[in-house]
Design a protein around this ligand. Sequence first.
Ligand code: ADP
Ligand code: ASP
Ligand code: MG
Length: 450
Amino acid sequence: MQVFFNTEAKMEIIKIMKFGGTSVGNPDRIKALIPLVTDDDTKIVVLSAMSGTTNSLVEITDNLYSSNVNEASEKIEALREKYHQVVEELYKTDPFRNTGHELINSHFDYINNFTIKVFTKLQEKSILAQGELISTSLFQLLLQERNIKSVLLPALNFMRIDKDSEPDYFYIEENINRELEKHDPETIIITQGYICRNVYGEVDNLKRGGSDFTASILGAVLKVKEIQIWTDISGIHNNDPRYVENTKVIRELSFDEAAELAYFGAKILHPSSINPAREKNIPVRLKNTMEPEDEGTLITSDTKLLDYKAVAAKDGISVLRIHSARMLMAYGFLRKVFEIFEAYRTSIDMITTSEVAISLTIDNPEFLHQIAIDLKELGTVEVEENQTIVCIVGDFRTERTGSAPEIFQALNTIPLKMISYGGSPHSLSLLIDSSNKTEALRLLSEHLFN
Ligand code: ADP
Ligand code: ASP
Ligand code: MG
């Protein structure tokens, strides 16, 4: 038997460049990407939807779910109009403007279809996918008008999640490489962030902010030299700039530190986006499209330790407190508690235990009510919603002294409801009422970073 090897050289992608919503937020911003993507490196350009679009699409799907068809139609037409305006400003020549207008109409006619049909989860996902499908098509058309060689690879042909909603790396690697083989290295490859297919082949997505995750997954399967996340700020800051003034950029972070910040609420990165890069040890750089010369933040496997690096906060947390005399001296009690969470496929963020009580937090309230009912079999249960986890990232190795008191001193006016320390050498987390979040973040900046 003869064995044939595919000797054709694979296209080696040097970097992934992901541009978020504001980086494609208006025609001028989209045009400003051209000098950034036309360097000599082979690359995949991952685009988000134009800023505000996914939010509008969510509102439209909400209207359709509640059979509010008139309101949905009004929003669809308003968004269609906005995009026709974008097309007018984006292209210089009539043939490209005409193609752009046709493209916009085809997407919005498709969305409009759903105003007359029964509306399901599957259709919701198809509507949410339109933002990235439009932004990538508009950008590729722009490069075409400027005679820049590019190709649009549909993410729906290679990006897939498995039955646990985790990336199907094997499938993605095989299929992206098959797609890449068709193109030559000078071509700029463009694809959609966020969107994917699920295990049934249906259109799905990687959750809000998921374009970062797309970039990291692609970077990992293609083993690129660098994954670049381009956004509207020059890298990761030491606190959330939406709530605190005078935050400062952090130039270097480790994968573990960045993953912790992303997971605990730093909006600049999707919660799971560091994992694929960390797995394959691929540097991630965060850059600002408005200040491309700024070096931003570099995330790698080795960085210098600092007492405190950054603070992040995650809202929408619920806490469940279980009190049970049966827990006293008993083994197997925690297993029974965890089995209930497992049955509802709900993950636990923070946990603290005492002799007869256990407190747990979750960020997905979908089954909160049912979980509480099942837990009542084990003891008395108290539920509190509208909680926030504040995570402080720094040097919390167990042999160190002195860092926890500084944090508690800084927050001595804020009621602390849970404390998680010792679970990770680089973070300490606290649970507070969401109403105290802004003040807590401000106090931490004042005491730890000034
Ligand atoms: P994109 O649309 O490019 O994905 P995002 O809005 O998702 O951008 O993320 C960038 C925003 O994240 C910033 O404008 C900033 O307001 C917010 N942000 C929250 N926490 C941080 C932080 N620690 N450092 C930098 N930006 C942060
Ligand atoms: N457009 C999607 C969102 O707004 C994905 C992203 O921007 O990363 O969530
Ligand atoms: Mg984002």
